[in-house]
Design a protein around this ligand. Structure first.
Ligand code: SAH
Ligand code: DHB
Ligand code: MG
Length: 225
């Protein structure tokens, strides 16, 4: 038996999405409606959502912090994996995204479970006063602040709590020596370097035991020890 990784062919990918996806018709139509408002199509993948749900269930997370709401897609997925009394605080800086996400969260029946906080994530974290800690943090917003987010989240994450970080493959550019972006997207080169730096920073952080998962655009996990 080979120890090499099995190549994920389009057929295997289809199999995964047909069998182990967290996306239902409600979330499919959420994406279509968001597209009409020009909300960018940068959601986690449907199998990645299923994996986040798996993690949330396995630690029985009751309090989750999400950085980067977008249209509420990942927040709704995570809420569905929690108990009725579960609470998610989701941070979003863009007003259009905030407004749309709030509507969808209400429609999905999670008004009492998901609180979307509009503003810069760093401002929320720097002024966090509550003694209540989080069981799970999902980071999926601006890449240049990842190290700051990790430092600010560590004191408010329970021991045994998990931090999951999207885009650990740097939008596909993790190991590309000279990533090239077109004129419109050339600012994203900074994000590629920020992700590369963050992956090493998180891996070398003695507060966490980390693992890099090949789902979506890469999911970097750390459990606080
Ligand atoms: N988690 C979402 C996708 C998030 S996309 C999902 O999978 O469904 C990233 C989001 O982070 C965008 O909506 C963007 O507006 C928001 N964002 C970017 N920088 C931010 C910041 N500094 N503070 C809060 N939100 C930010
Ligand atoms: C981008 C950001 C994301 O969080 C993502 O999952 C995919 C793409 C981006 O900024 O391009
Ligand atoms: Mg992302």
């Amino acid at each position: 038996m080979s120890v090499q990784r099995t190549e994920i062919t389009p057929e295997i990918d289809e199999y995964i999405l047909n069998n182990f996806s967290a996306e239902d018709d409600f979330l499919k139509s959420l994406k279509i409606q968001a597209e009409m408002l020009k909300i960018p199509n940068i959601y986690i993948s449907a199998d990645q959502g299923r994996f986040l749900q798996f993690l949330i269930k396995s630690i029985n997370a009751k309090r989750i912090l999400e950085i980067g709401t977008l249209a509420g897609y990942s927040a709704i997925m995570m809420a569905r994996a929690m108990d009725k009394s579960g609470k998610i605080i989701s941070l979003e800086s863009n007003h259009l995204h905030y407004k749309f996400a709030k509507e969808k969260i209400d429609e999905a029946g999670f008004t009492d479970n998901i609180e979307v906080v509009v503003g810069l994530a760093i401002d929320y974290l720097e002024s966090y006063q509550s003694d209540e800690k989080f069981d799970f943090v999902f980071m999926d917003a601006d890449k240049s602040n990842l190290i700051n987010y990790l430092e600010l989240c560590t004191p408010i994450l329970k021991k045994g709590g998990i931090i999951a970080v999207d885009n650990a493959f740097a939008m596909g550019n993790l190991t590309v020596e000279n990533p090239v972006f077109d004129e419109i997207h050339k600012h994203k080169i900074k994000d590629v370097y920020a992700v590369r730096e963050f992956n090493q920073y998180f891996k070398n952080n003695p507060n966490y035991f980390t693992s890099l998962i090949t789902v979506g655009d890469g999911l970097l996990l750390g459990v606080k020890q």
